[in-house]
Design a protein around this ligand. Structure first.
Ligand code: ADP
Ligand code: MG
Length: 334
């Protein structure tokens, strides 16, 4: 079981409150991602849950039990860090066994758990190697293996993939998602990368300055961002945000339209502009179009077949059913 509840939790370092009162429930078996810009409090929140930091006020419950003042070892949670901190002189088997040995577990049970974890992580053939003889991805799997054998109530990951190169990151992302499907254990995963959040999470928690801006499934956040911050943070390339007279026409302070919800054409259309830089990804092309009177160029997603060039005059039409409207406080207008 791994249901985790935060009730009016706050955290201050000295006089500085980095987490204002925060409520959050993580259900048993959920894959929850904390996402937000660097310094927004993701690691602090995870460390509070792990017990590596004490809350300043509030309560943390794990499976309904008050865990607020339990030491980390008593919380039945396993943390996987960005730097995987393996012992270089020990074999993979010994690295994975380490927490079990420390806990004084009998050898037969240790072996059973190690072999089961190695099986799940495709490390069976590598148990006798040393970390130095493994790739970065395999080393990360060993670190995860060390967490799995403890059979925790939940796994806590703090940016575990940020040391890996881009291709490996995509592979590991899939592996961790796959692992979650197989183990069905609660996972809390911290990242500043909204693509990781979107692709891995059952539930995303968007944080800014220690506050929860929105909690929801990836598609809820994508379709109905509660405010301009979430609208701009979730989605790649970013949602176009337009103010001034164009927004006022729609009774809003700011309107938002995603690049994929703008149609580009040679004639007709609502807004006329000039093509600036184009980004050709093969299947898609992103055109950056400057429209007179708009503060920022608009990003438009078009098919890779569309043949337009720098300086061409084009017309853009927003799909009205996908137009987002925000008020003067930056909150979504329904
Ligand atoms: P994130 O993981 O989202 O990048 P952190 O949780 O590491 O952010 O940090 C949140 C804020 O708390 C930052 O402003 C950071 O400087 C501050 N902070 C984190 N740990 C400490 C600490 N031990 N002492 C003082 N300030 C800290
Ligand atoms: Mg961090």
């Amino acid at each position: 079981m791994g249901r985790i509840t935060l009730d009016k939790v706050t955290k201050s370092f000295g006089d500085i409150q980095v987490i204002p009162p925060l409520d959050l429930t993580i259900d048993d078996g959920e894959f929850v991602v904390f996402v937000g810009p660097s310094g927004c409090g993701k690691s602090t929140l995870l460390r509070l849950i792990a017990g590596l930091e004490d809350v300043t006020t509030g309560q943390i419950r794990i499976d309904r039990e008050d865990a607020t003042h339990l030491p980390p070892a008593k919380r039945k949670l396993a943390m996987v860090f960005q730097s995987y901190a393996l012992y270089p002189h020990m074999s993979v088997r010994k690295n994975i066994a380490f927490p079990l040995k420390m806990a004084g577990m009998d050898k037969a049970e240790q072996d059973r758990r190690i072999e089961a974890a190695a099986e799940v992580l495709n490390l069976t053939d590598y148990l006798d190697r040393r970390p130095g003889q493994l790739s970065g991805g395999q080393r990360q799997r060993v670190a995860i293996g060390r967490a799995i054998v403890r059979e925790p109530a939940a796994f806590l990951f703090d940016e575990p993939l940020s040391n890996l190169d881009a291709a490996l990151r995509v592979g590991m992302r899939l592996e961790i998602s796959e692992l979650h499907k197989r183990l069905t254990t609660t996972m809390i995963y911290v990242t500043h990368d909204q693509v990781e959040a979107m692709t891995m999470a059952d539930k995303i928690v968007v944080l800014q300055a220690g506050r929860i801006e929105q909690v929801g499934t990836p598609l809820e956040l994508y379709r109905t961002p509660r405010n301009i911050f979430v609208a701009g943070f979730i989605g790649s390339p970013k949602m176009n945000l337009i103010g001034g007279a164009e927004a006022a026409k729609h009774d809003a302070q700011t309107i938002g339209i995603r690049p994929e919800h703008l149609t580009i054409s040679a004639e007709g259309g609502d807004w006329t502009g000039k093509v600036g830089v184009s980004e050709h990804l093969g299947s898609d092309t992103f055109f950056h179009v400057t429209v007179p009177g708009f503060a920022e160029p608009l990003t438009v997603r078009a098919s890779g077949e569309v043949d337009l060039h720098y300086g061409d005059t084009v017309h853009l039409t927003p799909e009205m059913q996908h137009l987002h409207r925000f008020d003067a406080e930056g909150l979504r207008i329904e």
